[in-house]
Design a protein around this ligand. Structure first.
Ligand code: ADP
Ligand code: MG
Length: 469
C-alpha cells in the first residue's frame, strides 16, 4: 500500500470508476445505489488493489460481505491490473463529483445511517429495515401490526403509547430487529425532533457498567430518562446481571410514568426470560407479540420481493426451490439469494435449480431436515399426550381431534406433500377433511394464544430436529 499517498487518481482510473458507478446504479437500482454505492469514494488504485472509502464501519462490513466480489469482478473487467477491492472507513468530503449526478438526495442518504441517538450511545440503524421493506404474512402479521401501531403513536402530535411496552419475541432471523428499526426510521422521517435511543440490552449493560466505573451515573440516567422512545434489542442478555436489571427496571418505570414509549425484543417470551419477577410482570403488562417461524408462502413472497429489489431475474422455480429448502429463517434466505446472485454474476450463467443446489450445498445441508408426516404425527402426539395411533383413528373426541388437526396443519406447512397425500396418512381421510383442519387451525390460532404457541414450538422442534421435553 505504498505510493498512493491519497489524493491522486489518474484520469483513466477516474473514468473507470465512473463507468463502474454507472453500472452499479443500473445493476442495483436507485435505492441500493443511493444507500450503499453513492457514498463510496475511490481513494487510490495501487498494487492491483482498488481502495474504496466508505463513511462508517458498518457500511464497510456490509460492503465487504455483500459487494466485494462483484465489485472486484467488475473492476477487473475495467482494468485488468485490479484484482482486489478493499473498503476502508474514510471521512472524505464529497470529493469527486459524479458525472451527471443531478438527482435530488435520496430519502435515506448515507449520512442518515444514523446513531440511535445523537451522542453515540445507540446503535446504527440499517437503512433497509423499513416498513416498506418488510413483507407481511401470517407468521408475522400480528407483530407487524403492533409495531405499526407504535410507529403511528410515536409520530402523532402528542405521544400516547398504545401499549407499553411493546414486547416482540421470536426465533433468530425472523424480523424483530427489522421491525424495531422500522419504528425508529418512521419516527426519524416523520417527526425528527422526537428523541429516541435504539440499542441492544448488551450495550445498555455496557454503558451502565462504564458509568458505574466512572462513579458518575447521573449522565447515564438522565440520558435514558430523557428520550421519548426507548428501543432495546435482544433483551435476553439483560438476564443475570442484577445491578443492570435494577437500573433498567427504574429507567423503564420512569419512562412509562412519563408516557414515553418502550419497545423491547427478545428471543424468548417474558415468561421464559431469566429476569426478576417484578420486571416480568411489567413486561407482560404491555403488548406481547410473537413472530412465528416462516411458512413456505411467506418465504416465497420474501424471496420474490428481495429478488425484485435487487433487480434479479431469478426463475420462479429457483425461488420455490429455495423457499422449500431453506426453512430456518429469513437471514439465511437472504444469504442464499446473495450467494446465488454473486455466483451468477461471476460465472455469467443463468440461474437454474441445479446451479442453486450447487452453490448452496452447505446451506442446504444445514437446512436439510426433511420433516416427514410420520415425524410430525409422532411429535404432535407426544406434545398433546395422546397415542400416535390416534392420528389415524376415527375417534372424534375434541382432545384427540384437535391435535390431529394440528398435525395436519403442520404437514401442510412443513412438508411438500399434497392434501390427498396428507389425508391418506391420517387414516385415509379425504382431502377436504385436511382443508377443513388447516382452516380451523388457522382461525383458532389467531385468538388462541396457547394454540399459537404450540404451533410455534412444534414447528421449531420439527425444523431443527431438537428434542422437545
Ligand atoms: P431478528 O432480529 O429477529 O433475529 P432480523 O430483523 O435481523 O431478525 O432479520 C433478519 C434478516 O431477515 C434481516 O435482513 C431482515 O431484513 C430480514 N427479514 C426478516 N423478516 C422479514 C420480512 N418479513 N420481510 C423482509 N425481510 C425480512
Ligand atoms: Mg435481532
Amino acid at each position: 500500500m505504498n505510493g498512493g499517498g491519497g489524493g491522486f487518481l489518474s484520469p483513466e482510473v477516474k473514468l473507470q470508476w465512473s463507468r463502474i458507478r454507472t453500472w452499479l446504479r443500473e445493476e442495483y437500482g436507485d435505492t441500493v445505489y443511493n444507500n450503499w454505492f453513492k457514498p463510496m469514494t475511490l481513494l487510490r488504485v495501487d498494487a492491483g488493489c482498488a481502495w474504496i472509502g466508505v463513511p462508517t464501519p458498518y457500511t464497510r462490513d456490509w460492503s465487504q460481505q455483500n459487494y466485494q466480489s462483484r465489485l472486484r469482478a467488475r473492476w477487473n473487467e475495467e482494468n485488468r491490473k485490479v484484482t482486489a477491492v478493499e473498503f476502508v472507513v474514510a471521512n472524505v468530503a464529497v470529493g469527486e463529483v459524479d458525472p451527471g449526478e443531478t438527482d435530488p438526495p435520496p430519502a435515506v442518504a448515507p449520512r442518515d445511517i444514523l446513531d440511535g441517538d445523537e451522542r453515540g450511545i445507540g446503535a446504527l440503524l440499517d437503512p433497509r429495515f423499513t416498513f416498506e421493506n418488510f413483507v407481511v404474512g401470517k407468521p408475522n402479521e400480528f407483530a407487524h401490526a403492533a409495531a405499526k401501531r407504535v410507529a403511528e403513536a410515536t409520530i402523532a402530535e402528542s405521544l400516547q403509547p398504545p401499549f407499553n411496552p411493546l414486547f416482540l419475541h421470536g426465533g433468530v432471523g425472523l424480523g424483530k430487529t427489522h421491525l424495531m428499526h422500522a419504528i425508529a426510521w418512521e419516527m426519524r422521517r416523520q417527526r425528527p425532533t422526537r428523541r429516541f435511543i435504539y440499542l441492544s440490552a448488551e450495550k445498555f449493560m455496557y454503558q451502565f457498567v462504564r458509568a458505574l466505573r466512572s462513579k458518575d451515573t447521573m449522565p447515564f440516567k438522565e440520558l435514558f430518562r430523557s428520550v421519548d422512545v426507548l428501543l432495546i434489542d435482544d433483551f435476553q442478555f439483560i438476564g443475570g446481571k442484577e445491578s443492570t436489571q435494577e437500573e433498567f427496571f427504574h429507567t423503564f418505570n420512569a419512562l412509562v410514568d412519563m408516557n414515553r414509549q418502550i419497545v423491547i425484543s427478545a428471543d424468548k417470551s417474558p415468561s421464559d426470560l431469566d429476569i426478576e419477577e417484578r420486571m416480568r410482570s411489567r413486561l407482560v403488562h404491555g403488548m406481547v407479540a410473537d413472530v412465528h417461524p416462516t411458512t413456505y408462502e411467506l418465504r416465497l413472497v420474501i424471496l420474490q420481493s428481495k429478488a425484485e429489489h435487487l433487480r434479479l431475474a431469478i426463475p420462479l422455480r429457483v425461488l420455490e426451490f429455495l423457499a422449500h429448502k431453506i426453512t430456518s429463517n429469513v437471514r439465511e434466505l437472504e444469504g442464499a439469494l446473495n450467494r446465488i446472485m454473486a455466483h451468477a454474476q461471476f460465472i455469467g450463467r443463468d440461474i437454474t435449480v441445479d446451479t442453486a443446489e450447487e452453490v448452496l450445498q452447505d446451506l442446504l445441508k444445514k437446512n436439510d431436515r426433511r420433516v416427514t408426516i410420520d415425524e410430525i404425527q409422532k411429535r404432535v402426539a407426544e406434545h398433546y399426550n395422546i397415542r400416535s395411533a390416534d392420528m389415524h383413528s376415527a375417534r372424534r373426541a375434541r382432545e384427540i381431534a384437535r391435535p390431529r388437526q394440528v398435525a395436519m396443519y403442520l404437514c401442510k406447512m412443513l412438508t411438500p406433500r399434497s392434501l390427498p397425500e396428507i389425508g391418506k396418512k391420517f387414516g385415509g381421510r379425504d382431502h377436504t377433511t385436511v382443508i377443513h383442519a388447516i382452516r380451523r387451525i388457522e382461525e383458532l390460532s389467531v385468538a388462541d394464544k396457547t394454540l399459537a404457541e404450540d404451533l410455534a414450538i412444534l414447528t421449531r422442534l420439527l425444523q431443527t430436529g431438537e428434542r422437545g421435553n
